[in-house]
Each structure stands twice: as structure tokens, then as C-alpha cells.
Design a protein around this ligand. Structure first.
Ligand SMILES: [Zn+2]
Ligand SMILES: [Zn+2]
Length: 573
């Protein structure tokens, strides 16, 4: 209840701040045509048609004007007026006129503060004086009604908070996010790069590939322990197949096509049809179910160049995918196992929190209502048995089946949706997936799609920011860097290196002619978890001085002592 009240309060603040923003725009640039300015989940924005395009630097003047209007402490009032009167108010604004025509009631709401007015449903703070702790965050382009073919507009985004303290926390968070932006750290730590010859197609450098491989090994070990069987299916498949799966009809715009011997082929945007063809390879008996086929599948999806964003929004990515083919009665047990599996994997990364959402039948669902009910009950029962808290998103499921989403909260308090478990009744129909039941009758198979990292590329981007570039020992591209104090220790350093490598530790020797202080600085910038410093004393005693990235230095360690420390850090990975 308290949360709901809080949300209402925030929504009023954000909504009122949008009016304040529009008011400031109209005072500064009276020829501006306002369009829409709603509150959002994180703040508010206003879309408008400027007489002359605003520039980034204009935001400061807009914010200053907002403060000035806020200080006038104008009362905010709301009234209902006739549509005819509203049209008179907006006779020069075709956008508002169109909005007025779209309102079903006979009257429309108008909010007023001073001589400014705006079309509005209501829900404000009492006066502009209460709008204190705000900030304008972005100026961008948008379109009327979000339609790319429609009128091009400009958009200003902003945030507002009830207290100065909350605004400060927000600003600190933004500052941190910029400081630890994965694109910046990716370059600094030599993890990945992009090239103009492949826009949106990431190139993994050896360090980044090593981290990805660790993610894959960790996943593969857990998959094997949970009776998954790994498969690999083609990246290119006939357009006919994508017609059968429905992707051609609904997703064609985002797919890449090519021709082979006069026949159309598509580069896959997802891995499901490949898995399905393996299921259909031969008739299946109930004894084989659940059949769990996993695949690290490389997918390509067309994204407009304007939305590409480091590893977060790419055109090619690897999904840690799996499809579980089972009977209707097995859904609950399989989902229960999946909840445990997802939690086990995600818990390895020390996220601040994992929130679970169950999305149920949408209005435009496909398939049989009774089957849907049964599946939704199975998911709810599984969540209950797993003793996890979850939120229901009513009507938010995919048209082909209900789903469970896992949203992680990272070390900077940001939320990311990665893992998803989706029941599917439609693809089994499209591809006529069946099994022979115990009584000998052909029965429709149920399919569960699930991914845990989601896209490995995006997950890596999230991890880079979550760890602020400091990968834990098990994931670090280089786990230990061996630093010699003088050239005298070079041979000893390589002996230690061989021993650690043989034990599976990822090590590098820095036997350059740099001063030890410079070697340490380089290793620190590379965020290497262990620096192993070797001087005359260590060489003489046959020991190692350990200088960890975090924590205290230790002297006089033997190789065996070091290895047991590593072993403790590598447990469960
Ligand atoms: Zn309003
Ligand atoms: Zn799938």
C-alpha cells in the first residue's frame, strides 16, 4: 500500500514536471507547438515541434526557466471544458486538435498554471512551488505518435524527485554508469571492439573471448548435470521453414535473407526451428520426455543503426538457448527445475536482487483456453513450490504461451531482464510435434523455450558494468600477473608461470625492463585479480609475494599455498 501511494505521488510530480517543462518552452520559444508530455516509469518527457530546432546547450536555459516558474509558486488548477472551447484554445496547434478529436467524452480536461494551459486528464501537485528537485536529462528526435513516417519532432526528457537527496542519489548513479560504461571499459580492458565493416556485429578480442568462454563452460557444466543434451543447428535455413514457424510473416523486417541456387534462405533470428527439426528427426516416445536440447546459437537480427548501443544492442549475438520438449503433465515439474536452475546460475554473479514476473494470457492468445489455464496453473504451482516471490503481469504473456521472466538488479541498482522461461503451444502445432503416449496414441508435445544469460554479448556488457571492470577471479581474462623486480628473477618467474598454467590458472609474466612500480600500475589498470611479485628474496626462498587487487599483501607463499587459494576462489565455477 505504501508503495502504491508513493508511486501515485511520484506520478503526480512527474506529470506536473512535464507541464512545467512545456510552460518553460512556451515562455522561451512562444512559437513551439506542444504535442504529448506524459510521465514515464523513470521521469517524464515532452514532445514538441520547435519553430527552430533546439540544441543540447538550450537545455540549460529551459531548466533555468523551469526553476524560475517553479519559484513563482503558481497554483495548478484543472477544469473540464467543452471540446469546442478546447479547439478554440488550440486553433493553431494541429497536434492538440487531433488529440481533442480522439477524446471520446464530450468535454476535455485543461490544466492551468499562471497564463499557461495544457490539455490534461488531471493528477497534479498543488502548485509549481512543489517542483524543486528536477533535472533535464536528454534532447532527442522523435515522431508524432511514434510513427517514423509521421511529423519529426523533438523530445526533452527529464527526471524529478520528492527530495534533494533522491536527486543527488540519481545524479551519482548516472555519474557511475558513465564512469563504468561497458563501451569505455571494453576498450580499456581490451575485451571487444566494433568495426565499420560490421556495424552492430561485435568482435571479441582474446580477453573478451576468454570471459565469454568461462560463461559458456560454467553453463555447460550445469547443463550436463541437469540432463541437457547439447546440439548445434545451422545458422542459415530455408525461407520455407521460417514461413512454417511464422517468423517470416511477423518478423521478416528484422531478418537477413540470402539466396542459394535460386532458393531463398534466412539467417536465423532465433534457434527454435533448428531444435524442432532435431526433435522431429524420428518419432518420439513418452519415455524420451522431457527431452532437453541446448544450443549456444548464434543469431542475427536487423536493428536500425540508430539504436545500436555497444554490446547492449547488437545485430549478431549468441543465445544460451534450450528447448524442453515435454508432455502437458510435465510442465510444472520442468518449470520448477528451471526456476532452481536459473537461480543457481544467476546467483554466481552476486547481483543485488533477482525479481520474478509471471506473464499470463493476453487478449490475442492463440491455442486452446483450457490448455492455457492448465499451463498457467502449472507455472503458478511451480513458483509456489519453489518458494519464490513473484509478481503477476496479467495479460502480458506471449500470444503462444505464458512465461516467467527474471529481472536482475546490478551493483548500481539498475534492472535488466535476462532470463526467461516460455511455454509454447503454437510451434508444436505449426510443426505438428507429437510423441507416442503410453497407450500408443499420438499426442501433442509441449515446448518450453528458455535462455538464462539471454544474449551472451549483452550479458557480458551487463557484467562489465556490474563488476565495474573488476571481474571476479573465476571470470577474469588474466587471473594472475607475475611481476619480476629485476631481470635476475625472469627465469624463476617462468618456472612459476609453468606450474600455475599447468594447474589451469590464466597467467601472464611481465618480465619487461620497466620498474616494478610501473608493472604494478599496468596490472592494476588491467584489473588483474592477482599480482605475483618476485624479487631476490622470493627467488632465494622459492616463494611468491601475492598482491591481490583487493585486500592485504601476503609474503612467503609456496606454489601449493597459492593454488589452494585459487581453488577456493574457483569453487562452483
Ligand atoms: Zn496535467
Ligand atoms: Zn526457442
Amino acid at each position: 500500500m505504501a508503495e502504491k501511494k508513493n508511486n501515485e505521488k511520484l506520478e503526480k510530480l512527474r506529470h506536473s514536471a512535464a507541464h512545467l517543462l512545456a510552460h518553460a518552452l512556451m515562455e522561451l520559444f512562444p512559437k513551439t507547438k506542444l504535442t504529448l508530455g506524459p510521465p514515464t516509469k523513470t521521469g517524464y518527457f515532452y514532445d514538441f515541434l520547435p519553430a527552430q530546432n533546439l540544441k543540447e546547450k538550450d537545455l540549460e536555459a529551459v531548466a533555468k526557466k523551469m526553476t524560475e516558474i517553479a519559484e513563482r509558486d503558481l497554483e495548478i488548477t484543472h477544469e473540464e471544458i467543452s471540446k469546442a472551447d478546447a479547439k478554440k484554445l488550440y486553433k493553431d496547434n494541429p497536434f492538440k486538435l487531433e488529440m481533442i478529436d480522439g477524446i471520446e467524452e464530450d468535454t476535455v480536461g485543461i490544466a492551468r498554471q499562471g497564463d499557461f494551459f495544457d490539455l490534461c486528464k488531471g493528477g497534479h501537485v498543488k502548485s509549481t512551488g512543489l517542483l524543486k528537485h528536477f533535472k533535464l536529462t536528454n534532447l532527442s528526435g522523435s515522431y508524432w505518435r511514434g510513427d517514423r513516417d509521421g511529423q519529426a519532432l523533438q523530445r526533452i526528457d527529464g527526471v524529478i524527485f520528492p527530495t534533494a537527496k533522491e536527486l543527488r542519489i540519481y545524479e551519482k548513479r548516472v555519474e557511475e554508469a558513465q564512469k563504468y560504461d561497458h563501451r569505455k571499459l571494453g576498450k580499456q580492458l581490451e575485451l571487444f571492439t566494433f568495426h565499420e565493416d560490421g556495424p552492430g556485429f561485435p568482435f571479441f578480442l582474446p580477453n573478451g573471448k576468454t570471459v565469454c568462454n568461462q560463461l559458456i563452460y560454467f553453463m555447460r557444466k550445469n547443463l550436463e548435470a541437469s540432463d541437457y543434451q547439447e546440439i548445434q543447428t545451422p545458422i542459415m535455413l530455408s525461407a520455407e521453414l521460417w514461413k512454417q514457424s511464422g517468423h517470416y510473416a511477423y518478423y521478416r523486417e528484422n531478418m537477413y535473407f540470402s539466396e542459394i541456387e535460386g532458393k531463398s534462405f534466412a539467417i536465423r533470428p532465433m534457434n527454435c526451428p533448428g531444435g524442432i527439426l532435431i526433435y522431429k528427426n524420428r518419432p518420439r516416445s513418452f519415455r524420451e520426455l522431457p527431452l532437453k536440447l541446448s544450443e549456444f546459437g548464434i543469431d542475427h537480427r536487423h536493428e536500425l543503426s540508430g539504436v545500436l548501443h555497444g554490446l547492449f544492442r547488437v545485430r549478431s549475438f549468441t543465445m544460451d538457448d534450450a528447448h524442453i520438449f515435454c508432455t502437458q503433465n510435465q510442465i510444472e515439474e520442468e518449470v520448477l527445475k528451471l526456476i532452481a536452475f536459473v537461480n543457481k546460475i544467476l546467483n554466481r554473479f552476486n547481483f543485488a536482487k533477482i525479481n520474478i514476473f509471471l506473464s499470463t494470457r493476453p487478449d490475442d492468445f492463440m491455442g486452446n483456453e483450457k490448455v492455457w489455464d492448465k499451463a498457467e496453473t502449472a507455472l503458478k504451482d511451480a513458483l509456489k513450490k519453489a518458494e519464490v516471490q513473484y509478481t503477476i503481469n496479467e495479460g502480458d504473456g506471449a500470444f503462444y504461451g505464458p512465461k516467467i521472466d527474471f529481472v536482475i538488479k546490478d551493483s548500481m541498482g539498475r534492472e535488466w531482464q535476462c532470463s526467461t522461461v516460455q511455454v509454447d503451444f503454437v510451434q508444436p502445432e505449426n510443426f505438428d510435434l507429437t510423441y507416442i503416449a503410453s497407450g500408443g496414441q499420438k499426442t501433442r508435445t509441449v515446448m518450453i523455450h528458455r535462455a538464462i544469460y539471454g544474449s551472451l554479448e549483452r550479458f557480458l556488457g551487463i557484467l562489465i558494468e556490474h563488476y565495474k571492470g573488476k571481474f571476479p577471479f573465476w571470470l577474469a581474462p588474466v587471473q594472475a600477473k607475475i611481476l619480476t623486480i629485476t631481470d635476475e628473477q625472469n627465469e624463476y618467474a617462468h618456472q612459476i608461470n609453468e606450474k600455475l598454467k599447468a594447474a589451469g590458472i590464466r597467467t601472464v609474466v611481465d618480465d619487461s625492463s620497466e620498474q616494478i612500480s610501473a608493472k604494478i600500475k599496468t596490472a592494476q589498470l588491467q584489473q588483474v585479480p592477482w599480482m605475483l611479485v618476485l624479487g631476490a628474496k622470493e627467488q632465494e626462498q622459492g616463494t611468491i609475494a601475492l598482491r591481490p587487487r583487493e585486500g592485504k599483501q601476503e609474503f612467503g607463499l609456496t606454489v601449493d599455498q597459492l593454488l589452494s587459494k585459487a581453488e577456493a576462489l574457483l569453487q562452483d565455477s
